[in-house]
Write a protein that binds this ligand. Structure first.
Ligand code: ADP
Length: 555
């Protein structure tokens, strides 16, 4: 016997219909590339997106076509997503921080038909346009007055396309399993790979993300997604905010402390989401100018582990709750969020901190396990490290154009490439990426844990641990430090000693870095994370001091 309820397909465009109908006056604020702050409502965005759909059809684009966007978070980028998916085409977010060759590879691999770009990236596209045979045209997200002289051809003006249409358009009817969007992993492990979201997976992901123990977004909220739409779908916020009618504040190209503070303050933002690097810049700005955050209630931090001092500063100094989250492009991206469970409200600050440093627990529809290298499930004791695997309706099954390659285990779990523990309460903690973990004498050392403690030291701006070969231990940890501005490292031994003294007692003795080196700059990936591959290359000829080579670690 089958159920007898309606089979309404789960399509993302219904989200914007809903926002326009029930929250039509709620605003979307954007800092434009052209400089000014732009304001519009969900009702206006809905009309403009439908107009853009009409023009995309006139440009010859159709269902199943892949249309790339190379853009910051603005209302135009948001409208583009809905306009693209509204004709049954597929949005493909390009990350402008990738190298030009990687962009060429990705655009050709996806066979993008059109590129909708911000003014910022016109020169970047001009430099590679002749290597993009599948791309039939470009749309520049600006008005006629700001259209640049460009070699891009054919090229269209976003605002002129919209002006020419009347918006009398219904989104095309689609199967909910139709492709909706594509985002490539940033290729930290080789060539970037395409992850193809469906309408269904995006809608389910959004419903889950809006759960009260997850984002807990409501129509009363004002959310500022700093995390770019090209970085794992801005963690789903471009769908989650309109689904509940939250006011959106989009930072455009400016993500420095001062610009973000201005928006947080003026627009009375209640919730924001970004990677730790962004929050570091904001905290520094707040401290330097003695500012407060009276409106902000919560920050969602993910993409990289949140250091303890960041939680402390936000929660103690600014009374802003930190929710640590973990996910990846392949998981849409939500995997876990660290909200507290019943009973934990009575925890001491320190107990809460120990929980909040973990990446959190999965909402319903996500299943996690940790396994040994043979695939055997390991205990949830909060101590045993294992390969983190994940399953659910918005987790990747296969990569784009690799449909015959099975990447799931026999129980249907996807291997995240992360190493983690899961505690008896279900809280997961990432200890490392599998390829970054330091293996010393057969035991694993968590580089993330040491780095996070190290950045609490007043002289350290950024810290990274890499494993360096050691004849006796296999590998030992080397701590690479970018000192804060103005720190005197003319006598490095003194600073090194001080950092080691700071770490002592905070990590296991055998986890102590055997040497500390200082760098002038830290390499970052396109997603703003420390690029360990580049550091390993930079230090490939590093030699341990003789005393370290002789060290027997107390054996
Ligand atoms: P990339 O491979 O380009 O970094 P993603 O943006 O998809 O791509 O990053 C996913 C990875 O980022 C995860 O597999 C994990 O290693 C790391 N990550 C994400 N969130 C966290 C977090 N809160 N703590 C530690 N690592 C995280």
């Amino acid at each position: 016997m089958l159920g007898q309820m309606q089979k309404t397909p789960l399509l993302v465009n219904g989200i914007l219909d809903y926002a326009a109908l029930y929250h039509g006056e709620r605003e979307i604020i954007s800092r434009l590339v052209e400089g000014e702050i732009h304001r519009e409502t969900y009702a206006q965005a809905h009309l403009r997106a439908r107009k853009l759909s009409q023009s995309l059809l006139k440009l010859g684009l159709t269902q199943g076509d892949i249309i790339a966007t190379l853009a910051w978070n603005t209302h135009r980028h948001l409208e583009s997503w809905y306009a693209i998916t509204g004709i049954g085409a597929v949005y493909h977010t390009l990350n402008p921080r990738l190298f030009a060759e990687q962009l060429v590879y990705i655009i050709n691999h996806a066979a993008d038909k059109f590129i909708i770009t911000d003014l910022t990236f016109v020169p970047l596209l001009e430099a590679i346009a002749d290597k993009l045979p599948t791309v039939k045209g470009f749309i520049i997200m600006t008005d006629e007055a700001h259209m640049p002289q460009t070699k891009l051809d054919p090229v269209y003006c976003f605002e002129s396309l919209i002006e020419a249409e009347n918006g009398d358009f219904d989104w095309v009817a689609l199967d909910e399993n139709a492709a909706c969007g594509i985002c490539y992993t940033s290729g930290t492990t080789g060539q970037p790979k395409g992850v193809v979201y469906s309408h269904r997976s995006n809608v389910i992901h959004t419903l889950v993300a809006n759960g009260a123990d997850v984002f807990a977004l409501t129509s009363r909220a004002t959310i500022l997604p700093v995390v770019p739409m090209f970085h794992a779908n801005s963690w789903g916020i471009a769908f989650a905010a309109p689904m509940v009618g939250a006011k959106m504040v989009l930072p455009g190209p400016k993500m420095d402390g001062e610009s973000l503070y201005e928006l947080l303050d003026k627009e009375k933002v209640t919730m924001s989401a970004a990677v730790p690097t962004i929050w570091l810049m904001l905290l520094q700005h707040l401290e330097a100018h003695k500012l407060s955050l009276p409106h902000l209630q919560r920050v969602l931090i993910g993409g990289a582990a949140v250091p303890r001092m960041m939680i402390e500063k936000f929660e103690k100094d600014y009374k802003v709750e930190v929710d640590h989250a973990w996910g990846m492009t392949e998981t849409s991206p939500l995997g876990t969020v660290c909200t507290l469970k019943a009973g934990m409200e009575n925890y001491s600050f320190e107990e809460k901190m120990q929980t909040k440093l973990k990446q959190g627990r999965p909402p319903y529809l996500i299943w996690l396990k940790i396994t040994d290298p043979d695939g055997k499930t390991l205990p949830r004791d909060g101590k045993t490290f294992g390969n983190l695997k994940i399953k659910g309706p918005f987790i990747l099954e296969t990569y784009l154009r690799e449909e015959n390659e099975i990447v799931l285990d026999e129980e249907g779990f996807f291997d995240t490439g992360d190493i983690a523990t899961i505690d008896p309460e279900g809280y997961m903690q990432i200890t490392d990426r599998a390829k970054d973990i330091v293996k010393s004498g057969g035991e694993w050392i968590s580089s993330i844990e040491i780095e996070n403690i190290a950045v609490g030291h007043a002289d350290i701006a950024e810290a990274a641990i890499i494993g360096i070969a050691h004849p006796k231990w296999g590998e030992r940890p080397l701590l690479i430090v970018l000192p804060r501005e103005g720190v005197d490292i003319s006598t490095p031994e003194k600073v090194q000693k001080d950092i080691l003294a700071y770490l002592e007692g905070k990590i296991a003795k055998w986890w102590m870095p055997d040497d500390i080196v200082f760098v002038d700059s830290m390499p970052h990936t396109a997603a703003g994370k420390i690029q360990k591959t580049a550091l390993r290359e930079q230090f490939k000829d590093y030699q341990w001091p003789p005393a370290i080579l002789a060290d027997d670690k107390g054996e």
